[in-house]
Design a protein around this ligand. Structure first.
Ligand SMILES: C[S@@+](CC[C@H](N)C(=O)[O-])C[C@H]1O[C@@H](n2cnc3c(N)ncnc32)[C@H](O)[C@@H]1O
Length: 317
């Protein structure tokens, strides 16, 4: 078992994010970016895929850094997919809705019904923007960004809706999406892990074990967590996974991955929680380079210069 305690610097400026979302990695983004860039160096991959995307904090910050030549954002929630489609393809229409919106409890309740019933991403642009706007509206006014899981809106005490800030955020995200060769999908995460060709670095931030089913419209049960671990193990793609520090997660991953424990301070709740960051073991990376077990490369035509041949020989089993 390799578990590393890690100190995180959370004073780094954070990226802008219009969507309020429970479980957002907003506060951890700088730390995650650091870890992702380390992995990128080991695997030499050009595409970054975030398959449980939520707000996309990590991907949009990564787009700003221009370290990958293409990106893929995926979430099983079709309203999240509409939100990203609107940001990438219809920013003016979305901004227009933001400018002309007024708060109403009826609109909030009606939006919850519509979002709960939504089965797939609509085909027509107006409907995509309509769903994207309702998703944004419900998440901004819901308690803790719970969205459809919070049936009454929070109307007092904080500035949940600031037209100018939201518009600026949409414009920033749109500019990053436009320059990043961005694909947007609405699929089960499994499809990306199982994809045999076209390798990419995959970031996974699944619903947490402790709360997953209560807080998300599309949550995870016990079997889903086990299935995820199996899918990652069998996948040909390098990965980075963030999770809650839960016994089940440690049981599922500690024998074959590297686990970092990262403390996060939540000022609003005046509490400190520990998150887990899980990545492949270094020995697996070396195997990949050498093509001894070669799930990650179509052909193995080079050896990275920093690793000497004799070192590799002793580490590869
Ligand atoms: C913890 S949240 C991700 C938060 C995100 N990292 C952020 O920074 O905002 C988990 C997400 O997984 C999505 N999800 C749940 N089951 C899924 C599945 N089977 N395939 C893809 N996405 C799924 C949920 O809709 C939710 O948006």
């Amino acid at each position: 078992m390799k578990i590393i305690q890690h100190k995180m610097n959370i004073d780094i400026p954070l990226p802008t994010q219009p969507l309020r979302y429970i479980g957002s990695k907003y506060r951890m983004t700088p730390f995650l970016i650091e870890q992702i860039l380390k992995l990128k160096k080991s695997y030499f991959l050009d595409e970054f895929r975030e398959v449980f995307v939520g707000t996309g904090s990590v991907s949009f910050e990564m787009m700003r850094k221009k370290e990958f030549s293409s990106f893929l954002l995926n979430d099983i929630d079709p309203a999240i997919t509409c939100y990203f489609l609107a940001i990438r393809d219809y920013p003016e229409q979305l901004i227009n809705r933001i400018k002309t919106s007024e708060f109403s409890k009826i609109f909030y309740a009606e939006s919850i019904i519509i979002l709960k019933k939504l089965q797939a991403v609509p085909l027509c642009a107006n409907e995509i923007v309509n769903i994207a706007f309702r998703k944004l509206f419900v998440h901004r006014y819901s308690f803790s960004g719970l969205g459809v899981k919070s049936t009454t809106p929070v109307t007092k005490g904080n500035n949940r809706w600031n037209d100018l800030k939201l518009i600026e955020a949409v414009e920033i995200l749109h500019a990053r999406a436009k320059n990043s060769n961005l694909k947007i999908e609405n699929k089960h995460y499994f499809e990306f892990l199982a994809e045999k060709n076209d390798r990419a670095l995959i970031y996974l931030d699944p619903p947490y074990v402790g709360v997953g089913e209560q807080v998300y419209q599309f949550g995870f049960n016990f079997c889903d967590h086990i299935h995820l671990a199996e899918s990652i193990k069998n996948s040909p793609h390098p990965f980075i996974l963030s999770y809650d520090n839960h016994e089940l997660v440690l049981d599922l991953y500690s024998s074959w991955t590297k686990i970092m424990k990262v403390p996060i301070w939540y000022p609003n709740q005046n509490s400190r929680k520990e998150e887990l960051i899980i990545t492949p073991l270094k020995s697996n990376r070396i195997r990949v380079y050498m093509g001894v077990v070669n799930p990650l490369r179509k052909s193995c035509s080079f050896i990275p210069q920093k690793i000497s041949f004799s070192k590799i020989k002793t580490k590869v089993k």
